[in-house]
Design a binder for this molecule. Sequence first.
Ligand code: GLV
Ligand code: MN
Ligand code: MN
Length: 417
Amino acid sequence: MREATQDAVSRVDEDRLWRRHLEMAGIGAIPGNGVNRAAFSSEDIAARKRLVHWARARGFSVSVDDIGNLFVRRSGHDARAAPVMTGSHMDSQPRGGRFDGIYGVLAGLEALEAIDAAGAKTRHPIELVAWSNEEGGRFAPCTMGSAVFAGARQLADFLDVKDNEGVALRDALHDTLTAMPDAAPHAFATPVAAYVEAHIEQGPRLEMESKTIGVVTGIQGLRWFNVEVFGETTHAGTTPLNVRRDALREAVAIIVALHELTREVDDALRFTVGRMVVTPNSPNSVASHVLFSVDLRHPDPATIRRLGDAVEPVVRGTAKHCKVKVTPTLWDDPCVFDPGVVDAIEHAAEALGIANMRMPSGASHDAMYLARVCPTGMIFVPCERGVSHNEAENAKPEDLAAGARVLTATLLELANR
Ligand code: GLV
Ligand code: MN
Ligand code: MN
């Protein structure tokens, strides 16, 4: 490992990285040590301001694009070279933990600061990015900011998406952008030399195998749908069962039928109905409308295609008394990361003497969209019992720091190519 890289790696500060996690966890803190920092909420805005404060204190420049992706840049010495990027997201699940997403942002900032403190010169600029609305828990689908940046989706496709309270994304995004008036504008689809994202594993393999670093080889495919069931609201005490058009009862039957689809597939399949919005949501009114989500995942593109294509026929074939509508909201085929970036991460971990293993990702990440536009890879660190999307999500300060060291060395290697 080059001396300049060793110097930068030695400046990764475990205490500072941990303190920043605790400080960010205070923004949107919920009981049980968790975090609720929905995309484009006041908590999301507060987290952005905190990040900008830390970045500016180091003299890094800050910019933002029209979907709120936030960029922090340390210049390189070749004015024509595209940036090497790192980052993740600052939004959380409604009952999320202290590490999902925010770790990749804080590890990226830690790497930038360590590289800067070492005075390391790089040919490419290094840019930290906090992608907007990775979780999709408030505004579906997930990974919106990176999808729009990478040109896979258009911002206009998402402006009318509503949260459970009926707030439109366009209004929440407007509030977010106006809260950052002094960030310079950043365009979509600007060239990126390479992208490396650090993240907690969100599964138990690293812990089970006593490894500190997961060298991620790719991400499984997923498809999302919104299913709507349209019935009629009437009085629960007076309306005979046989004349009802009960949207909730029909939704339950549809979900059971969709579950049957999963029986014929191997155990790599993931199927989740995690969101349901019932109208009018009253114990003594028959439901007039139900919206529920479907999240399907599998590593094989043909399986994910076949199962996703079966969703609408099953929904239509099961509905008896209500009208139904199926809206696909996301289709990401499995992605394979760039061998050059995967190797660079593995070499960095080896050179630092950190126990590592190659592994695929079951969870989705912004890296999936970046992989469409530049060489991309990911670094996983262990989280306790693999628990994630849960308030109890936990990770060790030393593992977080180890991931930041591997990230620092990898970024320096890529930024000098
Ligand atoms: C991201 O959190 C995902 O749904 O995998
Ligand atoms: Mn995440
Ligand atoms: Mn997540």
